[in-house]
Design a protein around this ligand. Sequence first.
Ligand code: PLP
Length: 341
Amino acid sequence: MSLKSFASDNTSGVHPRILAAMERANAGHARPYGQDPYTEQAKEVFARHFGPDIDMYFVFLGTAANVLGLRAVTRPWHSVVCADVAHINVDECGAPESVTGSKLQVIPSHDGRIRVMDVVPLLHMIGNFHHSQPRVISITQSTELGTVYSPAQIRALADFAHANGMLLHMDGARLANAAAALDVSLAALTRDAGVDVLSFGGTKNGMMFGEAVIFFNPELSREFNFIRKQGMQLISKMRFIAAQFIEMLHDGLWLENARNANAMARLMADSLRGLPHVTITRPVEANAVFARLSPEHIARLQQDFYFYEWDPVLHEVRWMTSFDTTEEDVREFTDAVKALG
Ligand SMILES: Cc1ncc(COP(=O)(O)O)c(C=O)c1O
């Protein structure tokens, strides 16, 4: 029984081509723990997108990609500077702090983005042994509020981080949506913009499971094989993550999926803008629409559609679209919203 959902892009199923790729990878036996031919091929495919000298590791979860990626580049007296709305701050149950031992140094965001000027006030801590030492700036692309950082905004943060002995981490659970929105390559938003460590998401863009941790400086990943195993994310049947990523990346399925999700969010926002009982609250730049409605209207809509209140105090909701959201899905939903007025 299908759920009518705009709650998240992880309520969607798996793209049929991804399932078919997993089925093909299911032939016979293969060496475990990433020593299989699929993982080898995936490394080549990733190198084509992100550059030849990257170091790339598969994990199951986006949370694990973030936490273990940060674990690789921090010591317990470091801090990780991030936005108040960052997934690592809000939605990872304290795992970044618990696993890395490092403090999260939270700063206010502007529609999900942080700026160099918001990090500057933390510089006085550097070298003072009473304070956690800012070591990493972590940003999310696309952001938790459905906005995107331009390559120049990322470059500014990277240059600032590097000039002050810090690194730039990117939670790219929805990097594909950002690249599709800006019509730039995956490398333009990461390697070319100075990102040091990237969590690259697959699950939200049509895979069954699987994320990649990518290091753009192999010096940073020297111990990651041990960190991943100790972090319980070394998958024995790794070929099934590799096969999904190969299918996603080898001929542009990632872009097709992300473009559809973004286009459906734009369609939704355009259909709702101007209604007296709905306020679109954030710029719609990727695949999320944020809006404010009355609590009664939210409850009425939730009888037929699955989504939740992002901010129960302000009655702000988040509606997310997916790789498989259709115009008809959006029309059915926006007709229901219009009928409330
Ligand atoms: C911005 C962001 N980062 C990371 C994740 C990773 O989540 P999970 O651990 O559920 O795969 C999510 C999932 O909602 C997310 O929205």
